[in-house]
Design a protein around this ligand. Structure first.
Ligand code: ATP
Ligand code: MG
Length: 567
């Protein structure tokens, strides 16, 4: 992966790592992990964490594991596991043989819990969930000891074994760490570490009816895998004392937890719960709907792994939460697509144009370059004939002052072809719309030909009408119409801000070579933006194109105008 434009930036996590290396900590190993819970699809926020963990490992000659944190059997599914594996791989990262599952450690985690019980540091508590909450106290008031807190060790161990053996119904007992009910940090007030849950787990089936809580499991998973730096998002800062407490009490290998700010992105939401809501309420077509900020949605939309990696590196790693601008992501996207996407011609809103002085039934093959940014992309032949399609918006019956495209009496160049002049037009009697434009062409003006330098203002893209193929084009726009979808009027939720115009479907006319375009291929439609062949709904010979991004950031302009107006 050396095609990246960006050079890695320094940040506070690297400073910590450098300092650890300087004193020879962990035998100078660097070992990170990406630990998704398989309860949803990965999104661009996860990409930031993936890029951070895998790139740190690469930069420091270390290792990075992929670990499924599958300790909650209720919300987890095999479908999510498969999608996560596919997404991390697609982003360009390799965990070699280090794909782990927290559920593989269930026996080990249980043994360590027994060890804690035997050390007198954990107890079985018979309070209900509500009672536990009531006993916990608040930020300003200390909690109250559970009446079961002083159970003798042998009673605790016997009860814990019976919990495991399935003798008690859900919610009747829990195993809790015995720390301090007056601790200023609520996470330290005798936190629950095991709960009874008679639920089938996707991987361990019915083997277990007690399941470890996140705080108990996560640090131990890190410890078992000898992770040196356990990177997580800021909301876990208050959990770090507990993370450390477990490891110290058990006397096991102690990774260092470091928290960084999660990525937020304008015009979208990055919460698995909310994304799931959009899917379940059918407000999008699925997790991989091209409007979703999921990795699979972005892939289907036409995003490239390089664009996502460059963006993730560039937004940086900080200690303070902020919102990254969608325009920055789209900048990296365009930067990459501009280099790799072949240029083709597609007319999204076609109107017919007849060149009256061109020989009837003649087809001429013209040469077009595939990418002016990249000579090695070569050229292709495109057919030209007497009848073509151009964009309806490229023609006006009466031009305004700054209109340099086609109108009666005006000359324009047809890209890769000839200069034409509009002579007349025909309107539809019923709709009043322009039905056909009539032009003449200058046979001496062929692009690349001897007398091609004659300059005219305005170049239009086009396709030859008898040769073009109709194709469905899906114009996607931002999913939310405001920069921060979470800010809503009283009584509304985030869906209030959904953009009602985030999808427009058209039937375009595209150049014939595109009939064979295959799933996932990316193109620049000249003057119209970047497009990608839809991987779900396209059929052989019948490609459907998703708009990946317009050529320029029109939203930035809209925002500037709005700001000016509100001033
Ligand atoms: P959940 O609410 O289900 O825990 P989550 O988004 O935290 O959702 P995880 O599967 O726990 O999902 O996340 C895996 C890893 O990705 C964690 O290390 C988490 O800190 C990181 N991560 C999740 N969301 C973001 C984000 N927006 N920015 C950066 N890192 C993130
Ligand atoms: Mg999480």
């Amino acid at each position: 992966m050396n095609e990246e434009q960006t050079t890695p930036k320094s940040h506070f996590i690297k400073e910590i790592i450098d300092a650890d290396l300087a004193v020879g900590k962990n035998e100078s190993r660097i070992h990170t992990r990406f630990p998704p819970e398989p309860n949803g699809y990965l999104h661009i926020g996860h990409a930031k964490s993936i890029v951070l963990n895998f790139n740190l490992a690469r930069e420091y000659n270390g290792l990075c594991n992929l670990r499924f944190d599958d300790t909650n059997p209720i919300k987890e599914e095999e479908e999510y596991i498969e999608s996560i594996i596919e997404d991390v791989r697609w982003l360009g990262f390799d965990w070699e043989d280090r794909l782990y599952y927290a559920s593989d450690y269930f026996e080990k985690l249980y043994e360590l819990a027994e060890q804690l019980v035997l050390a007198g540091k954990a107890f079985v508590c018979d309070l209900s969930g509500d009672e536990i909450r009531a006993y916990r106290g608040t930020l300003t008031e200390p909690g109250k000891d559970s009446p079961y807190r002083d159970r003798p060790v042998d009673e605790n161990i016997a009860l814990f074994r019976r919990m495991r053996a399935g003798e008690f119904p859900d919610g009747t007992r829990v195993l809790r760490a015995k720390i301090d009910m007056a601790h200023p940090n609520l996470n330290m007030r005798d936190p629950v570490i095991y709960r009874i849950l008679h639920a089938s787990h996707p991987r361990t089936g019915d083997e277990w009816c007690i399941y470890p809580m996140y705080d108990w499991a996560h640090g131990l998973e890190d410890s078992i895998e000898k992770i040196t730096h356990s990177l997580c998002t800021l909301e876990f800062e208050d959990h770090r004392p507990l993370y450390d407490w477990f490891l110290i009490e058990l006397g096991v290998y102690r990774p260092r937890q470091i928290e960084f700010a999660r990525l937020n992105l304008s015009y979208t939401v990055l919460s698995k719960r909310r994304l799931l809501q959009l899917v379940q309420e059918k407000l999008v077509s699925g997790w991989d709907d091209p409007r979703m900020p999921t990795i699979s949605g972005m892939r289907r939309r036409g995003y490239t792994p390089i664009a996502i990696r460059n963006f993730s590196e560039r937004v940086g790693v900080a200690k303070k939460n902020n919102i990254a601008d969608m325009a920055l992501l789209e900048y990296y996207l365009r930067e990459d697509l501009n280099k790799i996407a072949p240029r083709v011609m597609a007319v999204l809103n076609p109107v017919k144009l007849v060149i009256d002085n061109y020989i009837e039934d003649q087809t001429e093959m013209l040469t077009a370059d595939n990418n002016p940014e990249d000579e090695s992309a070569g050229t292709r032949e495109i057919p030209f004939s007497r009848e073509i399609y151009i964009e309806r918006e490229d023609f006006r019956t009466e031009p305004h002052k700054k209109f340099f495209r086609l109108y009666p009496g005006k000359e324009v160049r047809l890209k890769h072809a000839y200069i034409i002049k509009c002579e007349s037009f025909v309107t539809d009697d019923e709709t009043g719309e322009v039905a056909e434009i009539h032009c003449t062409y200058d046979p001496e003006s062929r692009s690349g030909g001897a007398a091609a330098d004659r300059k005219v203002k305005g170049t239009l893209h086009w396709v030859s009408a008898p040769h073009a193929i109709p194709a469905e084009v899906r114009l996607y726009d931002r999913l939310f119409q405001v920069s921060n979808p979470n800010s809503v009027p009283e009584g509304k939720d985030f869906k209030y801000n959904l953009n009602p115009n985030s999808l427009e479907t058209l039937t375009a006319q595209v150049e014939p070579g595109l009939a064979d375009a295959t799933s996932g291929e990316r193109y620049q439609f000249l003057r119209r933006g970047y497009f990608c062949v839809d991987s779900r709904d396209s059929r052989p010979g019948r490609p459907i194109f998703n708009r990946t991004a317009p050529l320029r950031d029109s939203w930035a302009r809209i925002e500037r105008q709005q700001q000016k107006r509100s001033r």
